[in-house]
Design a protein around this ligand. Structure first.
Ligand SMILES: *Cc1c(COP(=O)(O)O)cnc(C)c1O
Length: 378
């Protein structure tokens, strides 16, 4: 099956006992046993479910569905992107170990790495992954993991995943990639050799801004280890949220196709204006497109506050990837905890706006930004 077909039919082969056209929601905290033999069957691995924190068909489908699209043998869903990342890191690193992570991390991941992991005894160093020599220089005796993102936020740096994987292999380290921004429609890090791939399914996998969820995919053994962390730390996803994630996932390829095409059109349109500080849009993410996030630096010619006041139907929201076009202000949200000095070094400015391009008509999207910019012109 090709990607679009596989994408929409991912769930059907997962359970053959059903007669309903779509998967029902197993809105239950536990599954009953008919007798003690039946109970024994669960523990022998002959029967699927016992207790929802440990496993539920709706959440399992989401993990398996994303794994399938990523070309990975196993996947597990969790309560959020952050808990999927946590599960992945804890599957590889334990107290006394060291992780090298990219410095241009998603803000929430930065918080997890900089503030929480050290309480688990795991040390994290941040390095510029643009320069793999710097990454190698940050590796220590006790380093076990290289951690990066396939396309970064908000500057949209496209990671050299093959290069990071090769470095990891040479040094005997695992590699983990957050693939939230491009989604498996555009990039499949597991196929490029990464050991673990994490997603905030809150974003493109869900696609409708109505669910918080995460997915971690990889090989059987590592994912099983990550799943036991997720289960034992209570970071499991609820059945309805798993179901919503699956409903969203079915249209991933359709949405990404349209959103990437719209993203490219908007980036070109905004670049054509010539008086914006800068328009960030990747040169090349994949043959299928370059994604649907466009970051603009308003620069000196536009007033930031008027721009945000004149966005008409475009909402200002601290998330991305929904079917509706939205914008966010990185310095005021995701990068608020990042020290100004680091922001300056990364190039995240006070006049920067991140646009998440939706599925509307490209002409309408371009038009709404034309009007906002016109109103904001100094
Ligand atoms: C949103 C996001 C996360 C965190 O996901 P949650 O679902 O909010 O926990 C991690 N990485 C990236 C790149 C994200 O955009």
């Amino acid at each position: 099956m090709k990607f679009h077909t596989k994408n929409v039919h991912f769930q059907e082969k997962l359970d053959t006992r059903e007669v309903s056209k779509t998967k029902p929601i197993y809105q239950t905290s536990a599954f009953s046993f008919t007798d003690l033999e039946d109970m024994e069957d669960f523990f022998q691995g002959k029967k699927g479910y016992m207790y929802t924190r440990v496993g539920n068909p709706n959440t399992d489908d989401l993990g398996k569905g994303v794994a399938d699209l990523e070309g990975a043998p196993a996947g597990v869903a969790s309560a959020s992107g952050i808990s999927a990342i946590m599960g992945g890191v804890l599957a590889v690193a334990k107290a006394g170990d060291h992780v090298v992570a990219t410095e241009d991390l998603y803000g929430g991941t930065y918080q997890l790495f900089a503030n929480e992991l050290k309480d688990f005894g795991i040390e994290v160093s941040f390095a510029s992954f643009e320069n793999l020599d710097q990454v190698e220089a940050a590796v220590k005796e006790n380093t076990v993991l290289l951690y990066t993102e396939s396309v970064t936020n908000p500057l949209l740096r496209v990671e050299d995943i093959k290069g990071v994987v090769a470095l990891g292999k040479r040094l005997g380290l695992k590699t983990m990639v957050d693939n939230t921004f491009p989604s498996p429609y555009l990039v499949r890090p597991y196929e490029l050799g990464a050991d673990l791939v994490a997603h905030s399914a809150t974003k493109y996998i869900g696609g409708h801004s109505d669910v918080s969820a995460g997915v971690l995919v990889g090989g059987e053994a590592l994912v099983a280890k990550a799943k036991s962390k997720i289960v034992n730390l209570g970071a499991n996803l609820g059945p309805f949220d798993g179901w919503l994630g699956c409903r969203g996932l079915k249209t991933l390829s359709l949405r990404m196709e349209r959103q990437s095409a719209n993203g490219k059109k908007l980036a070109e349109h905004l670049r054509g204006k010539g008086d914006l500080g800068r328009v960030y849009y990747p040169e090349f993410v994949s043959e299928r497109g370059n994604g649907a996030i466009v970051t603009i630096d308003l620069g000196e010619n536009y007033d930031l506050h008027s721009f945000f006041k004149n966005l008409d139907w475009v909402k200002v929201v601290p998330t991305l990837a929904g079917v509706e076009t939205s914008v966010t202000y990185p310095v005021g949200t995701s990068h608020r905890p990042v020290p100004k000095e680091t922001r300056d070094r990364l190039g995240v400015t006070e006049t920067m706006v991140r646009i998440s391009v939706g599925i509307e008509d490209a002409e309408d999207i371009n038009g709404v930004f034309d009007r906002a910019l016109e109103a904001a012109k100094k």
